[in-house]
Design a protein around this ligand. Structure first.
Ligand code: KG4
Ligand code: ZN
Length: 345
């Protein structure tokens, strides 16, 4: 059976709610704001917050009702989990206020969740056999990190981006190539007809072996594009070369980290996990090196509340409950997630 948790996620541009019991997703609802932000070529924080306010109640009610509960009594729920860090401050606040209100009115414990831990937990929802320790490659529009998942609730960030996140690089390069937002899927499609060996692009060398840097790569693409109009095949070749370079960098770092730690499993998650070349490369090279590669289905890789619920269950089991004074913490590092619990004064 296991503990049953209502979870709410509003850290960026998806308003999401879910009910999770143990490692089982009973319901998961995601209202995407993508269309709203598309004309701006990126997420506009103010627009995101307003849309969360407009959607959150309906999304939560729908998730509860699909799981046989009700927003008016929260029956069957053992707690309310909510993403409170990191993310857009105004966006986080909307989910946090909704969660606090429900917890207070229905006398349920509140469990604040670090968004990255949610992404990590998506692997545990997808694969019932998965147990820590493992290595997690977390790649999305906002984050690019290699995380040593030592145990449930115990994580060590081995490296992260020095500048742009991987998804951000995809989005910026897509814009340079005249492709629509979000750029990742558009580059993925265009690259299918391109030659990845046509352009040799910089690998973004960084001092620390597990950190990444994609801004040099983006600048190299900008230079190639500047002042001339590329033909269709050239654009496809450039998209394929860029994508292969990113996939190569991430795969190499993940494999090195897993081998250094002596881990047998790599978990790939975040929106960029949708990238076909990254999945192929990590699978092929990982399995070639005798590693198991876990890639959750896409609806668990992109932002959702089921992953937040899974993290909520883990913390509730450990007795980690947050105060109703819990704040939105837009920059909280993963290493400080223990600060979200205790001190119920
Ligand atoms: O995890 P996510 O949905 O949102 C957060 O940023 O938290 O990730 C969105 C990012 C965007 O930058 C998008 O361009 C990228 O994931 N993305 C992809 C693909 N699909 C989405 N990047 C590369 N290839 C894809 N197929
Ligand atoms: Zn995310």
């Amino acid at each position: 059976m296991g503990l049953r948790v209502l979870a709410i996620e509003t850290s960026c541009d998806e308003t999401a709610a879910a009910v999770v019991q143990g490692r089982q997703v009973l319901s998961s609802v995601v209202a995407s704001q993508m269309e709203l932000h598309r004309p701006f070529g990126g997420v506009v924080p103010e627009v995101a917050s307003r849309q969360h306010v407009a959607s959150v109640q309906e999304v939560v009610a729908e998730a509860l009702s699909r799981a046989g509960s009700d927003i008016h009594d929260l029956r069957g729920m053992d707690a309310v989990a909510v993403t409170c860090a990191p993310g857009l401050a105004g966006a986080l606040l909307v989910g946090l206020m909704a969660a606090k209100t429900l917890a207070l009115v229905h006398h349920k414990p509140l469990v604040g969740i670090h968004h990255w831990e949610g992404h990590i937990m998506s692997g545990f929802l997808a694969d019932p056999q998965l147990e820590p320790p493992c290595l997690c490659l977390l790649v999305s529009g906002g984050h690019t990190s290699l995380v040593d998942v030592q145990d449930y609730g115990r994580y060590r960030v081995l490296g992260q981006t020095r500048d742009d996140a991987a998804g951000e690089a995809f989005d910026k390069v897509a814009r340079l190539l005249g492709l629509p937002y979000p750029g990742g899927p558009a580059i993925d499609r265009l690259a299918a007809s391109g030659d990845p060996g046509r352009f040799i692009l910089p690998l973004g060398r960084v001092e620390h072996p597990f950190d990444t840097s994609f801004s040099g790569l983006k600048t190299a693409v900008a230079r190639l594009v500047a002042g001339r109009s590329l033909g269709e095949q050239e654009r496809a070749d450039l998209a394929a070369s860029f994508q292969a370079t990113v996939a190569g960098i991430l795969t190499e770092k993940a494999l090195t980290a897993a081998q250094q730690l002596g881990y047998g499993t790599i978990l790939l998650t975040g929106g960029v996990a949708a990238n076909r070349e990254l999945r192929r490369r990590l699978r092929q090279e990982g399995e070639g090196a005798g590693l198991r590669v876990v890639v959750p289905p896409m609806d668990l890789c992109t932002d959702n509340a089921a992953m937040i619920g899974a993290a909520g269950v883990i913390h509730l089991q450990r007795g980690d409950v947050s105060s109703l004074e819990l704040e939105a913490l837009p920059r909280l590092p993963l290493a400080e997630l223990d600060s979200l619990y205790g001190d119920l004064g």
